[in-house]
Design a protein around this ligand. Structure first.
Ligand code: SAH
Ligand code: SF4
Ligand code: F3S
Length: 453
């Protein structure tokens, strides 16, 4: 199929579906959900809803919720509860739940939460304005949460004010079925957007002043365009054929890194930077197998070593789950030793949470909650003891920082090519520019510095 045979479509609405009604979206979860909320706002504005900044001003409140662990799901229920007073004052107020919780719970949410007026799933964002308008017109409680498994993923990136840095979805869904993870059930089967659509989006974002795009997907490096291009081809073409200054990507899967991709990452370091997030989940091969991750501890280390050969200053971060069913003290110590061996500068670590539909939830060897918490604390303590001295090496170095904004404290804030958040004294005129900043104080995730004049 030729690239230009693929049509990119933008949803069309009756222009006054919203009648100017105010809409407020509360967002939880990963960058995918953050980006989905932006898409919702864009579509709702196209249908003449108006965006408001507090729930009190809204006629429609949407909770775009996350179900990766049990805790964030509970947060949704308590947030719905906080709107009771608003609904008593204004019985016409509509409350909707979407995102991964909407997809997971569907009709069940309606039964247990009488305050909710509509529920929608992760494949039903493009018809959200119609659903909300229908909720006002009929006063019926509505559920729209069917996956559109067969529809091609031919959409345009919609973003109202992209700023300096923005997201571009490249895939949606996940087919990996890691045994602990709910995402394949809440996001459906993996689909990739055509490479021509992604390039078109990046070109037009550059024209709107964007300097950095983050290519987004549940498993970006299993990307496969309809014309056969893979993730390495995509990164290369975005780097070479567009004027974007920086390209980031999240989240990759260690099993889908190969030499072709390592070479592209190395060749285009000037745009992609010397940073990679490599979610390992566990340092024990036995647990990795139970998790269905598709690599062993040794294979993971081998890939990191290969990447470091090609990108000597590579900075790494990772995700870790502690207390997966059957995790022994020895397994956990293997995770601890891997963190020391790889020297991750940042770790995102979580206590295992049993999720509906998943294989791990049905395993019989669950770990005691107290043991899980103790392991998580031990992991964070050990990581901090390693990472604080490790990042001192940045002090005195000059980093290239793409300035994103002036933050609430009045400091210029941006990120370095190592993906560190950097603060320094600087003016509004620097926003959107890449500037040299000398590091005065370095912590594992953030860095203080001063502008090199
Ligand atoms: N697609 C990404 C992960 C998205 S979820 C990837 O494969 O890396 C983000 C992180 O949440 C995961 O990396 C994992 O560390 C954590 N996570 C997922 N399911 C979990 C569960 N059931 N309990 C605890 N942490 C979980
Ligand atoms: Fe979940 Fe695994 Fe897919 Fe990541 S790769 S979203 S952890 S199933
Ligand atoms: Fe949460 Fe769904 Fe993202 S479960 S982490 S919002 S894909």
């Amino acid at each position: 199929m030729r690239e230009n045979d693929l049509t990119i479509s933008r949803p069309q609405f009756n222009q006054d579906l919203g009648m100017g009604r105010g809409v407020y979206i509360s967002t939880y979860g990963c960058q995918m959900n953050v980006n989905d909320s932006e898409r919702m706002y864009s579509l709702l504005e196209m249908a003449n809803f108006s965006v408001v900044s507090t729930p009190e001003q809204a006629s429609v409140i949407i909770i775009n919720a996350c179900s990766i662990r049990e805790k964030p799901v509970h947060k949704v229920y308590s947030e719905v509860g906080t709107y009771r007073k608003l609904k008593e004052k204004n019985p016409n107020l509509k409350i909707g739940v979407g995102g991964c919780v909407g997809q997971q719970e569907k009709e069940k949410l309606m039964k247990t939460q009488p305050m909710i007026d509509f529920v929608f799933g992760t494949d039903n964002i493009d018809t959200l304005p119609t659903l909300v308008a229908q909720s006002f017109a009929t006063n019926e409680r509505l559920v729209d949460a069917k996956f559109t498994h067969k529809a091609p993923y031919h959409v345009e990136t919609l973003v109202r004010n992209p700023g300096v840095s923005t997201f571009v979805n490249i895939t949606k869904g996940c087919d990996n079925f890691c045994t602990y993870c709910i995402v394949p059930f809440t996001r459906g089967r993996e689909k990739s957007r055509p490479i021509s659509h992604i390039l078109m989006d990046v070109h037009s974002l550059v024209k709107r002043g964007v300097k950095e795009v983050t290519l987004l997907g549940q498993n970006v490096n299993s990307y496969k365009s309809e014309d056969g291009a893979d993730f390495a081809d995509l990164l290369k073409r975005v780097s070479l054929e567009t004027d974007i200054e920086r390209v980031r990507y999240t989240t990759p899967h260690p099993k889908d890194f190969n030499d072709k991709l390592f070479n592209v990452l190395a060749e285009h370091q000037n745009k992609i930077g010397e940073y990679a997030h490599m979610p390992v989940q566990s340092g024990s091969t036995r647990i990795l197998e139970k998790m269905h991750r598709g690599y062993s501890r040794e294979e993971y280390i081998e890939k990191i070593n290969r990447m470091r050969e090609l990108i000597p200053n590579l900075v790494l971060s990772t995700d870790i789950i502690v207390g997966f069913p059957g995790e022994t003290e020895e397994d956990f110590l293997e995770t601890m030793s891997l963190v020391q061996e790889i020297k991750f500068e940042t770790i995102y670590a979580y206590i295992f949470s049993a999720r509906p539909f998943t294989k791990a939830a049905e395993m019989t060897d669950h770990i005691d909650e107290a043991v899980k918490s103790e392991r998580l604390n031990r992991l964070f303590d050990a990581h901090e003891a390693m990472a604080f001295p490790l990042v001192k090496k940045y002090e005195g170095q000059v980093l290239n920082v793409l300035v994103e904004k002036i933050n609430e404290q009045g400091k210029a804030q941006g990120r370095s090519t190592q993906n560190k958040i950097v603060y320094f004294l600087g003016s509004e005129s620097l926003v959107g520019k890449t500037v040299p900043v000398k590091v005065t104080q370095a912590f594992p995730n953030t860095i203080r510095g001063e502008l090199v004049q």
